[in-house]
Design a protein around this ligand. Structure first.
Ligand SMILES: O=C(O)CCC(=O)C(=O)O
Ligand SMILES: [Fe+2]
Length: 226
């Protein structure tokens, strides 16, 4: 499932994050790349332990904690601390699949990457190019979102970032391990949850919603690993 989550950060918070990130110690993005992706990666990143990256990363994690759409779609078990990248002057990131397992350096914890996330921190009219192109069984999806919005996509997908030929593209990117490993099961739970929410808004506490809600929880109980 590919999901656009709008307004993870509001305009004011995006501005605050950008001001903080501007003073970070930006380095060659190959610091976090595996050997295949290092060959196709041309961007800048903040090191994972950079204090500014951790401060802004925590702000993003706090915003996500309060985001119901994110929780329902991702059913997160472990979230890799958000990283930050920047593309300018023709930089790009060619086709690759993200590493399956990531180690959180500060704790030694392992994260299986079920879902990949990009939170855009620059508006589309601030740069040329820079689309995140994601390939799935239904074809290619080209993603370029307003600042503060996030895309969630299965980490199994082949993806790339097109060259940024003008301006600068700033984003946060990270991965998460979901309580529900199967993308298919997770998508079914998400659709069921959204249908229940929409029915409740339309009908109030209808009798049938008790049964649908029970099914949601009983399926989650069946499929979740915690
Ligand atoms: O910048 C992005 O949108 C994605 C970055 C990416 O694919 C990666 O770092 O693995
Ligand atoms: Fe990637």
């Amino acid at each position: 499932m590919l999901l656009h989550i709008p307004n993870v950060l509001d305009t004011e918070t995006v501005q605050h994050c950008r001001a903080r990130l501007a003073s970070g110690c930006w380095q060659d993005g190959r610091i976090t790349a595996g050997s295949q992706s290092a060959q196709v990666k041309r961007n800048l990143q903040l090191p994972d332990q950079d204090p500014i990256a951790r401060e802004v990363g925590d702000l993003i994690l706090t915003a996500l904690k309060h985001n119901g759409l994110f929780f329902s779609a991702a059913l997160p078990k472990r979230i890799f601390p958000p990283l930050f990248n920047r593309y300018e002057g023709g930089m790009d990131f060619g086709n690759h699949v993200d590493n399956a397992i990531r180690t959180i350096n500060s704790t030694g914890e392992l994260v299986r990457t079920d879902l990949s996330c990009t939170l855009f921190l620059a508006d589309p009219d601030e740069y040329e190019g820079g689309e995140l192109v994601i390939e799935d069984t239904y074809g290619l999806h080209s993603v370029k979102l307003p600042a503060g919005d996030m895309i969630l996509y299965p980490s199994t997908s082949l993806h790339r970032v097109e060259p940024v030929t003008q301006g600068a593209r700033l984003a946060s990117f990270f991965w998460l391990q979901s309580m529900v490993r199967s993308d298919q099961h997770r998508s079914m739970l998400f659709d069921l949850d959204m249908a229940i929410v929409s029915l409740r808004n339309r009908l109030g506490d209808a009798e049938e919603l008790i049964s649908l809600t029970s099914h949601y929880h009983n399926l989650l109980r069946l499929w979740a690993e915690i």
